[in-house]
Design a protein around this ligand. Structure first.
Ligand code: SAM
Length: 166
């Protein structure tokens, strides 16, 4: 599964884009692609979480998002999350069967072409909320979260925090 984050803006989206990638990681993302501003510090923040908490994924910056999406469409199903789309609940069982998918989320205005390139334009309700929330709800409904082994491991506590360094 590939997560494609459109239109990243260094000033506004660093935390949001990092969190989009972290949601992807939780559900086994193999590659994180982002367009918009090239941002070394975004890439570093994502890599740091993989390094400490386990797992691995490619991180790729793309200059021309439409061209890249069209290329990806050759061997992936493109799922665009948008509040303007069709309610996702109707498609959960269908989407669960897809082997190779690219999940696209926006930041600023999403170009109209993306809606046309996408195989599915799916809404997590038709209310505006956020890419982190939309991606989390969507992924949680189609697959279980991964169990990672990394340098850090949490020992669950009823109260307080216990983190082991392995
Ligand atoms: N106004 C922008 C547009 O649609 O052109 C999007 C801004 S929104 C804060 C950023 C992203 O969050 C969207 O591109 C979409 O991927 C996701 N998102 C927000 N609300 C959503 C919803 N109800 N269903 C699915 N995705 C949603």
């Amino acid at each position: 599964m590939i997560i494609f984050r459109l239109g990243h803006r260094i000033e506004r989206d660093k935390r949001t884009s990092t969190h989009v990638a972290l949601v992807g990681r939780l559900f086994g993302m193999k590659k994180f692609i982002y367009s918009g501003d090239k941002d070394e510090s975004l890439e570093k923040s994502i890599k740091k979480v993989y390094d400490e908490w386990g797992g691995s994924a490619e991180i790729e910056y793309c200059k021309n998002s439409l061209k890249t999406l069209k290329n990806l469409k050759k061997d992936n199903v493109i799922i665009h999350l948008t509040m303007y789309g069709i309610r996702f609940e109707e498609y959960i069982e269908e989407v669960k069967k897809i082997k190779n998918m690219v999940i696209v989320v926006g930041a600023s205005k999403v170009p109209n072409e993306v809606y046309k390139i996408a195989d599915y334009n799916l809404a997590i309700t038709n209310q505006p909320h956020s890419e982190i929330s939309a991606l989390g709800i969507f992924l949680y409904s189609i697959k279980p979260p991964e169990n990672y082994t990394g340098k850090l491991m949490i020992i669950p506590q009823k109260n307080g925090k216990k983190v082991m360094r392995i």
